[in-house]
Design a protein around this ligand. Structure first.
Ligand SMILES: Cc1cc2nc3c(=O)[nH]c(=O)nc-3n(C[C@H](O)[C@H](O)[C@H](O)COP(=O)(O)OP(=O)(O)OC[C@H]3O[C@@H](n4cnc5c(N)ncnc54)[C@H](O)[C@@H]3O)c2cc1C
Length: 455
């Protein structure tokens, strides 16, 4: 029998989700010493996932990885099916008819809630709508944010919280040079927000910020970064935890916080860190007026430090609350899902159903391991998944329908509008032309309809 992956019977793989995990999976598979064809399916016309719609606009260096993804887009053994959502435009059964294996790389799209009273008040948001708004996520740009209050509170001690604090505190003229959505820049010009509190449940040593992001915060012009010096008094367990091999970021950013503790409060804007606080309620008459925080103390050994609630409460008057406490993957029809973790159950990227491998179904990225790590972490993750897939080659059955063009035609016949990578590059070229006219790298389209109109 002809071997899958040979010249006569190339391995056909569908990758679903064109974020970093999807592109790295495609790239690594195409570099394997087998004959392979990879088709990448993406819900939006635009690829790149959170590299385009998560990474903050003032972090253009993070987006240089796009050039690498575009090289994969140019590979003759690669096809792009943009504007095709698994679960709506196509189902798993159809993918299995056309492909020998399917890799799910749909990310973690669902923001976690705080689970406290008042979360539904106007002025309280998860990070996602705000980030999508300033990054011109298609058809989500309609949400408007009322920035007429003086104080915003950002809950969370990861880089996403810092992105929001930075965007709220930076001079709009600086942001105008980036590819931030123009409507967001215009709105930020009218912002009255002058103080942003960044709140963490545990202490400085347990924060998940990275050193470059903290350093960047420090570079914002006309903005004080403040910290109560008492947070720098580390106990023995904290000092021991700081020396853990994994805590390199914390060791690096500690001197930045020492500097923040000497802040002289002179600038018109201010970001202040408050640690050892858990939100317990958001209050106000119809919209956010204040947030109530419970003070915590730390207990437990180094590496297992827990926040223990005290009786002490603190209230911060504010008009905006952003919760940045993580994301979950969304379930997909017909695909096993671990509801507790918000991921697909898997063993080294092989999707499991009731502990047993589902033949030909794989997973990578945030939907595999949860929302952690930087863009490059997804390369390591996809490498593991591709190694599993290649090791399983002999167990895979060749799909009956082996023609990507026929699938594209079938989708079109059903009323879907799949776009190719060439189509995407045309859309992106128009965004760049619009950007040049506006003095920024890109003026992104804010709706799918606008993108498709280019074609
Ligand atoms: C706000 C924010 C800022 C960040 N900033 C940085 C940074 O500055 N530097 C850094 O290194 N890392 C950053 N990260 C982390 C980085 O973006 C992630 O590690 C990475 O994007 C995860 O890759 P992924 O491919 O698993 O998921 P995603 O990037 O989310 O990609 C998933 C893709 O799947 C698509 N999709 C979803 N459902 C379907 C479906 N049903 N059918 C078809 N397609 C679907 C989505 O549209 C998306 O394109 C940031 C993350 C966030 C949330």
């Amino acid at each position: 029998m002809t071997q899958l992956g040979s010249q006569d019977l190339p391995l056909r793989v569908a990758v679903v989700g064109a974020g970093p995990a999807g592109f790295y999976a495609a790239e690594l598979l195409l570099k394997e010493d087998i004959s392979a064809q990879v088709d990448l399916f993406e819900a939006l016309p635009s690829p790149y996932g959170l590299v385009r719609y998560g990474v903050a606009p003032d972090h253009p260096k993070m987006r240089t990885v796009i050039a690498r993804f575009d090289r994969t887009g140019d590979d003759p053994n690669f096809n792009y099916f943009g504007n095709i959502r698994l679960g709506t435009d196509i189902d798993l059964a159809t993918l299995r008819e056309y492909y020998d294996a399917v890799i799910i790389t749909t990310g973690a799209q669902e923001p976690k809630a705080l689970g406290i009273p008042g979360e539904d008040l106007a002025g309280c948001y998860t990070a996602r709508p705000f980030i999508r708004w300033y990054n011109a996520y298609p058809d989500h740009s309609e949400s408007e944010f009322d920035l007429s209050c003086a104080t915003a509170v950002v809950i969370g001690n990861g880089n996403v919280a810092l992105d929001i604090a930075r965007v709220l505190s930076q001079a709009p003229d600086e942001l105008a040079k980036t590819d931030m959505a123009t409507r967001a820049i215009d709105k930020l010009r009218t912002s009255k927000v002058r103080t942003v509190y960044v709140i963490g449940r545990r202490g400085l040593v347990q924060a998940s910020f990275t050193h470059p992001e903290i350093t960047e915060l420090d570079k914002i012009e006309h903005c004080d970064i403040a910290l109560d010096p008492s947070y720098l008094q580390l106990d023995a367990a904290d000092r021991a935890e700081l020396e853990f091999e994994d805590n390199v970021q914390q060791r690096r950013f500690l001197p930045n916080f020492e500097k923040f503790s000497q802040c002289t409060n002179q600038a018109p804007r201010r970001v202040e860190f408050r640690f050892l606080r858990s939100p317990v309620a958001i209050e106000g008459d119809g919209r956010v007026e204040r947030i109530v925080l419970r003070k915590n103390i730390l207990s437990g050994d180094a590496g297992a430090r827990k926040a223990i609630a005290t009786e002490d409460l603190e209230t911060i008057n504010c008009g905006l609350v952003f919760s940045c406490v993580g994301y979950r993957g969304e379930p997909l029809p017909g695909i096993p899902y671990d509801d507790a973790r918000g991921t697909l159950p898997n063993d080294k990227g092989r999707v499991l159903q009731d502990g047993k491998q589902v033949t030909g179904l794989y997973v990578s990225g945030w939907i595999k391991r949860g929302p952690s790590g930087v863009i490059g972490t997804n390369k390591v993750d996809s490498k593991e998944t591709i190694e599993s897939l290649v090791a399983d080659l002999a167990t895979l059955s060749p799909a009956p329908r082996r023609d990507s063009a026929a699938l594209r035609a079938a989708l079109q016949a059903r009323g879907a509008r799949p776009i190719t990578y060439q189509d995407w590059l045309k859309i992106n070229k128009v965004e760049a032309e619009r950007g040049r006219a506006a003095g920024k790298p890109l003026e992104r389209f804010t709706s799918v309809a606008e993108m498709l109109a280019v074609l």
